[in-house]
Write a protein that binds this ligand. Structure first.
Ligand code: BES
Ligand code: MN
Ligand code: ZN
Length: 489
């Protein structure tokens, strides 16, 4: 879908969208349109319980007196209390209300500042994403009709603010593409190949295969992929956008389990198809790198993603196996389904050991327990740095990719102590997300660190304000903003 900006005047074709404040009479062009239609808009408002509450919509089709296909009124609520995240959502609401309406183009009329105008445009763009590459028989009548949205503004700053948001949205779409891909298409090898696309944007890439990882002693990561027909991969992406190309980088690490059957500790069959998106953490990292490179962020970043497939087979690792990680620490595998932490343990150790980053943020669909704790609204945030946690909370509130801090404590850490090895890969039945985080903490080598458990937020079973059912792209806008606000020259 195309998003553009237009001058503030009465639309003569397509759909006209007017924003209406709660419990206020029509003003500006909306009042004029009401006059042109001999009061059809006020009548529609009055007979449909439309108050202008935030997100409410009402549609008037082919209104006599105007040349447009339809008028849509969208409620703003109390305009003075609208956050950035809310403006973006309203943009999503506009797109969703018109996508299949029959109109091909829409003009949005709302006279607000440049940043909020850009937010509306961003929300509309984000909501327009569809993953339809495998649908060969969708009837034309089911496909969206809306092809372009023009947001009316007389402030040129809106277009330049949107330029950045559009590039970041490109990263979000890339993440959604990866997450939506089925595991027969996206395996550790084909995934590594796809990441190579980022080279066109100036991202430097390195791919470590099993031979190299064996040399490095990464048996924690390698153990997870033993049952797979595909070779495990560690892909390292570097973007050196800072003025000083040698300045200490910041770093991100992603869990990229392209399919998680649970391994020999096999998962139950129901909903197992969802485990195609167990590479969601890595998908965020790749989309983030694309966004940062596309907007030429002035920061040095190193990102690594551990790509493996967790399968049961005659060569798969077993419960009771003991593996030695690159850090030298040994791990008793008590459940082969707690594999994400095993992948991250080596990916994180490698990242801090080789690149000496300022801090390390890992992202992973790590535990079902985080969904029990936080549902699908917030990602779980675990950190030993109050500063990083606060910066991420701020970026989360601003973008709408929300995070909620969870505790770490030495008493939780004890729950993964083990009589056979240095640690075991599961705690008890209690505090599953926290013991998983404590496990990761043992592989940070005391580099300031944040773990984001995104198991509840990378995929949605229902339509959301900014995405259809499917991959949400959660995390890309969060981390892009976190970087922009705190770590660029
Ligand atoms: N990939 C799963 C976590 C997950 C579950 C993500 C549901 C998204 C939705 C992870 O590898 C896993 O299986 N975790 C186990 C850990 C347990 C064995 C300690 C879990 O959450 O059950
Ligand atoms: Mn698992
Ligand atoms: Zn998993």
């Amino acid at each position: 879908m195309q998003v553009k900006f237009a001058s503030i005047e009465m639309p003569q074709s397509g759909a006209a969208v007017f924003f209406v404040e709660k419990d206020k009479p029509f003003s500006g062009l909306a009042a004029e349109a009401d006059k042109l239609t001999s009061g059809a808009l006020s009548k529609a408002r009055d007979v449909s319980r439309f108050t202008g509450a935030s997100g409410q919509t009402v549609e008037v089709v082919a209104p006599a007196g105007m040349k447009v296909d339809r008028v849509v009124l969208v409620g703003l609520g109390d305009v003075d209390s609208l956050s950035e995240a809310k403006w973006v959502e309203l943009g999503g609401t506009v797109y969703a209300s018109l996508a299949n309406s029959g109109s091909k183009e829409a003009t949005v009329l709302v006279e607000i500042n440049a940043a909020d105008t850009a937010s509306i445009a961003e929300g509309a763009l984000l909501r327009s994403y569809r993953f339809d590459k495998y649908r060969t028989k969708e009837p034309e009548s089911k496909k969206p009709t809306l092809q372009s949205i023009a947001v009316a503004t007389d402030d040129g700053a809106a277009a330049s603010a949107f330029d950045t948001r559009e590039k970041v949205a490109g990263g979000v779409f890339h993440t959604r593409d990866l997450i939506s891909e089925p595991a027969n298409e996206l395996n550790p090898e084909s995934y590594a190949d796809r990441i190579k696309e980022l080279e066109a944007l100036g991202v430097e890439l390195e791919v470590l295969g099993e031979e190299k990882m064996t040399e490095l002693g990464m048996h924690s990561l390698l153990g997870v992929g033993l049952g797979s027909a595909y070779e495990s991969q560690l892909v390292i992406m570097r973007w050196n956008g800072a003025d000083d190309k040698d300045a200490q980088p910041i770093s991100f690490v992603g869990k990229g389990v392209t399919f998680d059957t649970g391994g020999i500790s096999l998962k139950p069959g129901a909903n197992m198809e969802q485990m195609k998106w167990d590479m969601g953490g890595s998908g965020i990292v790749v989309g983030l790198m694309k966004a940062l490179a596309a907007r030429k962020a002035k920061v040095n970043v190193v990102a690594s993603v551990g790509l493996v497939e967790n399968m049961p087979s005659g060569t798969a690792q077993r419960p009771g196996d003991v593996v030695k990680s690159m850090s030298g620490q040994t791990i008793e595998i008590l459940n082969t389904d707690a594999e994400g932490r095993l992948v991250l343990a080596d990916a994180m150790w490698y990242t801090q050991d080789r690149f000496n980053p300022k801090f390390m943020i890992d992202l992973a669909t790590l535990t079902g327990a985080i969904i029990t704790s936080l549902g699908h609204e917030h990602a779980g945030l675990f950190s030993d740095s109050d500063e990083l946690a606060a910066q991420l909370a701020r970026a989360g509130a601003d973008t709408g990719d929300k995070v909620w801090r969870m505790p770490l404590h030495e008493n939780y850490d004890k729950l993964i102590d083990c009589a056979v090895a240095d640690m075991k890969n599961i705690g008890g039945p209690a505090a599953g997300s926290i013991t998983a985080a404590q496990f990761l903490k043992r592989f940070t080598n005391d580099v300031p660190w944040v773990h984001l458990d995104v198991a509840g937020t990378v995929w949605s079973e229902k339509d959301l304000p900014l995405s259809e059912k499917g991959g949400t792209g959660f995390g890309v806008r969060l981390l892009d903003r976190f970087v922009a606000d705190n770590y660029e020259d």
